[in-house]
Ligand binder design. Structure first.
Ligand code: DC
Length: 229
């Protein structure tokens, strides 16, 4: 079973994706972490993001591995554990720039399909283009969204807990900047797949969203088995 979860940053995709993977015994693939790893590789090698072919080569050559359980996921770049480093504000912005590079996207999509298809019980993939490009035939597609203010509020609370010095206004402006880049890029912009289940999480708590997602998955399984019989 392939479950696609797309949506803007801060809508709850990671938390809910991990919860679903655990509950259903599926692999969890955070595709944003892969773009972040490419951004880190480019930054560490001093490559300018404008040098499209050099960045594409870095993506092609980079060995990116996602290991461990959903709750304790480790991202390895060429054998080094970069799980913490890729979560910085600078790398988030760099990943959103690097992800506009079509050749980088081709490499990542190929990699993501291989990982998803090889997962013995199936996979929950979370990103921006999963339902539209990576797995257009996913068994179920979710698009999680929330008002920018709600997403900024959550992200601000998370950052504060991690000790980052920031303000709510700054977080909101960073979210708006990243959203703008993610929806306006030419290749695979953030879009809602036609057959996606859209959930606005602004006014819902985690359990409500999780239950709604599980209910949709179970409906889909029932109708798939009815159609088979
Ligand atoms: O989900 P995230 O914040 O970790 O993603 C980092 C960046 O990577 C984000 O700005 C958009 C990009 N991305 C993408 O273009 N396609 C994906 N499938 C996942 C992430």
């Amino acid at each position: 079973m392939i479950i696609a979860i797309d949506g803007p940053s801060g809508a709850g995709k990671s938390t809910l994706g991990k919860m679903l993977a655990k509950k259903l015994g599926l692999l969890y693939l955070d595709t944003g972490a892969m773009y972040r790893a490419v951004a880190l590789a480019a930054t560490s090698s001093g490559t300018a993001f404008e040098d499209q072919s050099a960045v594409a080569k870095i993506a092609e050559m980079a060995k990116i591995e996602l290991l461990g359980e959903p709750d304790d996921l480790h991202v390895l770049l060429n054998g080094d554990d970069v799980s913490a480093e890729i979560r910085s504000f600078e790398i988030a912005q760099a990943a959103s720039v690097v992800s506009t590079n079509s050749d980088v996207r081709k490499t990542m999509v190929r990699h993501q399909r291989e990982i998803g298809n090889a997962a013995p019980n199936g996979c929950v993939l979370e990103g921006r283009d999963i339902g539209s490009i990576v797995f257009p035939d996913a068994d179920i597609k979710f698009f999680l969204t929330a008002k920018p203010e709600a997403r900024a509020r959550r992200r601000y609370e998370e950052d504060k807990a991690k000790g980052r010095v920031t303000t709510y206004e700054q977080t909101l402006s960073e979210i708006n900047e990243r959203d703008q880049r993610d929806v306006s890029r030419a290749d695979s912009p953030l879009t809602i797949a036609e057959d996606a289940v859209v959930i606005d999480t602004s006014e819902l708590d985690l359990t409500e969203v999780f239950d709604a997602m599980l209910a949709k998955i179970s409906d889909r399984r029932v109708s798939a088995s009815v159609n088979r019989n």
